[in-house]
Design a protein around this ligand. Structure first.
Ligand code: SGN
Ligand code: CA
Length: 514
């Protein structure tokens, strides 16, 4: 009899308990924040107002800093697009996730944090530039991505059923429309992760029609290292990414382009072509042809044109971030949605005479990152610890209250966002591979401490570089020869070795043996 009563009670209570626990889980899940991660392409912090450039018109990115936090020492583990995205998705270095250079195929079946978030009840999407060769497949619930680098005007997108669909308009605007449409149509009962892959500000810097000429009244200061002669720096002397030599007048700076026949502009419709022709043909090319510049004057003219196009291309990026904020506010999502803005790597804006990225030097090693998280982060917060792009995966899992797999090499900084003290690394490890195409930057690895940078270049030539970042922040003076037998170098090499072992970089370990 007693057994029967007990069983009866169980039958009555179990469903009650279950529904109670379900509503609890539902409640907990509902409270978890949404995440919008806006990842631009090649947008350096030196082109952002909040990072101290008064010439940059980036009010919406700056707003994230005002209402959230700005990271002042955020670094990438391999300064190039695909590898940076692979590191972001996996929380692991390139040699572990396998995507060491842009010509590889990303193994999408390996661990990626978005899949874990999906399993934990998040709705996940990637919209825009992806650039990992393999498509996102089941790593996101929804995706619509640009093929490879994508196009600025009337771009194609690859859809989940493997169709290629052309959209009319400017890529940055379209990516925002697709993103807000996805948020509108999502399942309202689940939190979401939306990764927005921007094409801007990647080469060849085609601004939106409304932004043509928007920086023409600005004279950009020429960086003091613009005429760098690369003494004692063999890899820097060997590169092919200089504004004076490598940057092309026609392809990059739109000088004397034939808008009717040039393949690059074949995607532009009549109106777009007419606007480009009126600006770059009738004004810029005309000025260029009249001035007949050579030598330094030509290099500086190219620099100014490059800056004007680069900054003008970023205008649409910033404006669209503003549109996303407005959308969140109009839909009551602003409070419970984390907005992260950053870039896949830094970029040279004429420092050392360069454009592009790749080197472990500061301009390309650093990447901008800002985060708005209203319930947790006080506006105007500045985070100075040395972060790595592999830290995002564990941090976002942490924020979503999901267990961080032990295999992840990055570290969660979620606690730090709550203003709590957290023991943090002071050295970062870096490894770049892609060589020789397209910019002839020799493969290298190294460590950066707050004061020093020790780098090992390898390939046909093998050599070390050492910089004192405090005395020589522009990294113009390689002091390795002078210090090679010192205690300092010995200890930095030990630190480097420790990182190599910790992150299991077998190739680097083999190289430093010699
Ligand atoms: C293209 C660019 C390079 C750039 C790489 C990688 N050349 O090859 O200048 O370094 O992409 O960029 S272009 O002639 O096609 O513009 S990345 O950001 O995608 O890694
Ligand atoms: Ca990039």
């Amino acid at each position: 009899m007693l057994r029967l009563v007990f069983l009866h009670l169980l039958f009555v209570f179990i469903p009650v308990l279950m529904s109670f626990s379900q509503s609890l889980t539902k409640k907990v899940k509902k409270d978890r924040p949404n995440i919008i991660f806006i990842l631009s392409d090649d947008h350096t912090n030196k082109a952002i107002g909040a990072y101290g450039n008064p010439l940059a018109k980036t009010p919406n990115i700056d707003r994230i800093a005002e209402e959230g936090a700005l990271f002042t020492n955020f670094f990438v583990t391999n300064s190039i697009c695909g590898p940076s995205r692979a590191a972001l998705l996996t929380g692991k270095y390139s040699h572990v996730n396998g995507f060491i250079s842009n010509d590889k195929q990303f193994d999408i079946n390996q661990f990626v944090f978005s899949r874990t978030l999906t399993e934990a009840g998040y709705q996940t999407a990637w919209i825009g530039k992806w650039h990992l060769e393999t498509l996102p497949h089941d790593a996101f619930n929804y995706w619509k991505v640009l093929p490879n680098q994508g196009h600025y005007f009337n771009p194609d997108f690859i859809t989940q059923n493997n169709d290629t669909v052309a959209y009319k308009g400017y890529v940055t605007d379209i990516i925002t429309d697709l993103s807000t449409d996805w948020i509108t149509n999502r399942d309202q009962d689940k939190p979401f992760l939306l990764m927005i892959g921007e094409k801007a500000t990647h080469r060849e810097w085609l601004p939106a029609l409304e932004d043509l000429g928007s920086y023409d009244d600005v004279d950009f200061p020429i960086p003091s290292s613009f005429y760098d002669t690369y003494e004692n720096r063999r890899a820097a002397a060997h590169q092919d990414m200089s504004i004076a030599e490598t940057m092309q007048l026609r392809f990059d700076l739109k000088v004397n382009v034939d808008y009717e026949t040039d393949f690059l502009y074949s995607r532009l419709d009549q109106e777009q072509r007419a606007a480009y022709k009126a600006y770059y043909g009738d004004r810029i090319s005309k000025e260029f042809n009249e001035r007949q510049l050579t030598g330094k004057a030509l290099a500086e003219w190219k620099f100014q044109r490059y800056m004007r196009d680069y900054f003008a291309t970023a205008n649409a990026l910033d404006r669209n971030i503003g549109k996303i904020f407005k959308f969140l506010e109009d839909n009551g999502l602003a409070e419970n949605t984390i907005v992260i803005y950053g870039s896949d790597q830094g970029f040279y804006l004429g420092e050392h005479g360069w454009f592009d990225k790749r080197f472990i030097y500061e301009e390309s090693l650093r990447t901008p990152f800002l985060i708005r998280y209203p319930s947790v982060i006080t506006g105007g917060t500045v985070i100075e610890q040395s972060m790595l792009n592999i830290d995002w995966a564990p941090t976002l899992l942490d924020i979503a209250e999901v267990k961080i797999p032990a295999e992840i090499q990055g570290k969660s900084f979620a606690t730090l966002l709550k203003n709590k003290i957290l023991r943090w690394r002071d050295k970062i490890y870096y490894h770049y591979y892609e060589y020789p195409e397209p910019h002839r930057v020799m493969p290298h690895f190294g460590i950066r401490t707050p004061k020093y940078k020790l780098v090992r270049f390898y390939s046909n030539e093998n050599f070390w570089e050492l910089y004192n970042l405090v005395d020589d922040p522009q990294e113009l003076n390689n002091i390795y020869e002078e210090f090679k037998d010192s205690k300092l170098v010995k200890s930095l090499k030990q630190d480097l070795k420790a990182c190599i072992v910790k992150y299991k970089d077998d190739l680097a370990e083999e190289i430093i043996k010699n």
